[in-house]
Design a protein around this ligand. Structure first.
Ligand code: ATP
Length: 194
């Protein structure tokens, strides 16, 4: 069975970039957020549960998950958001377990923004945190998404503080310089895992 390595980082830390390097080095990566977006459309069981919770309008006339409607519905309703997550997260977990069974490499990676928040690190052999200084992360997301400084900052404020994540992580990648440096650090870490 493959060893599972959790890969995480806050907004704009560079975890997706690191995940892509990992794939270039020949290891499979499970992208939890992307999979969640697919599962809400593919998994009939999940669809029923989501409709029960949020109403039939959670899916549009073509049967596709209406992200905007759902976002508005759970915005400022912590209880509803919590219930929605209680439906989606276990489905992603099962999907991941099925995916892992199909892998043949000795290491597989699970990219997720919520590794520590959901205590998914407990199911991993090792965890890798990608981090960078706040200002650098904000700048990168502003460039990538066209968001304002304040918009990115307010998302960051809602995430687990970096110092807490650093304490929990087995390995930390400091992504404060350039992509060559990031790739080099990634390579070093993944080939040193034993
Ligand atoms: P999110 O959680 O917001 O999706 P993320 O942690 O997945 O973010 P990335 O998308 O990998 O972060 O990186 C954020 C942006 O910064 C991207 O546009 C990426 O190309 C860029 N970036 C990441 N690392 C570096 C770097 N070392 N030098 C220059 N640009 C970088």
């Amino acid at each position: 069975l493959s060893k599972i390595i959790g890969l995480t980082g806050g907004i704009g830390s560079g975890k997706t970039t690191v995940a892509q390097f990992i794939e270039e080095f020949g290891f499979p990566v499970y992208y939890s957020d992307d999979r969640a977006k697919t599962i809400v459309n593919d998994n009939e069981d999940l669809k029923i549960k989501i409709k029960e919770l949020l109403g039939n309008e959670a899916y549009d006339e073509n049967g596709f998950y209406d992200r905007k409607y759902v976002a508005e519905k759970v915005f400022n309703n912590k209880d509803l958001l919590h219930k929605l997550n209680e439906i989606i997260h276990p489905a992603v977990r099962i999907d991941f377990e099925e995916w892992v069974k199909k892998q043949t490499k000795y290491l597989v990676f699970k990219e997720t923004a919520l590794l520590f928040e959901l205590k998914l690190n407990l199911q991993c052999y090792k965890s890798i945190l990608v981090t960078a200084e706040d200002n650098i992360r904000i700048k990168r997301v502003m460039d990538r998404d066209g968001k304002t400084y304040r918009e990115v900052e307010s998302i960051m404020e809602k995430q687990m503080p970096e110092k807490d994540k650093i304490k929990l992580a087995d390995c930390v990648i400091y992504n404060n310089t350039n992509l060559d440096d990031l790739k080099e650090q990634t390579e070093k870490i993944i080939f040193e895992i034993e």
